[in-house]
Write a protein that binds this ligand. Sequence first.
Ligand code: AMP
Length: 252
Amino acid sequence: MRIARAIAELPASEGGVGLVPTMGAFHAGHLALFAAAREENNLVVASLFVNPAQFGPSEDLARYPRDEKRDAQLAEQAGVDVLFAPSTEEMYPEGYATWVDVGNLGRRLEGEFRPDHFRGVATVCLKLFNIVRPDRAYFGQKDAQQAAVVKQLARDLNLGLEIRVVPTVRDEDGLALSSRNAYLSPEERQSALALPRALATKNPEQARDLLRNLEVDYLEEANFNGQRVLAAAVRVGKTRLIDNVILEGDKT
Ligand code: AMP
């Protein structure tokens, strides 16, 4: 596996390129995306970039878990060909000024609690798509609204690539894998289990009752491109967790 830090170091390739955008701190959820990309592409590129533009001023950008050495090993074992790990200056050089706004979809649910989050996501994804020129890009169902935002971006701007959505990978106790789970103390992790248990009811009233001891940002049924999900964001101590279950519609 090659590690590329500059855009100019990326290989020019024709056909069969799969891109998996990530912020690192790899877990089995990321590995599932790499495996899906490995299955249907000649060249698999994973990007590792903790994108400052998608973090709010009071969010966890500074303490977001970073371990590039471990990530590089895991990516290599998963069959990734190129790990693109640019600096912030490479992605947002001085004078950077252009932003992508995906409209109302980016302002609901997560967007209500994280203003500008999806503007940051859509912008960095468009940049990565232009840099890597993939035929297919892979996202997790865990971040269902993000996947919907990227699909909207690809459709509206005629990007001509396929967006694949990979099912949520969970720990044995049901908690969806997330780099942010590392912030949880053992006691907080126990409390956090209310989130997957609540969503598993697939019933908003029952779910709300099961979440009564957590601080709930939102718990809502949403329709993303014809797929109905029950989605929630909760705070456990200082940690904010999101998850969703598919109610009906396309399973990915
Ligand atoms: P992140 O590094 O957290 O930005 O995530 C990179 C990609 O992995 C995103 O498309 C996420 O939706 C996806 N992802 C994160 N956690 C999971 C999970 N538990 N199962 C499946 N995909 C995931």
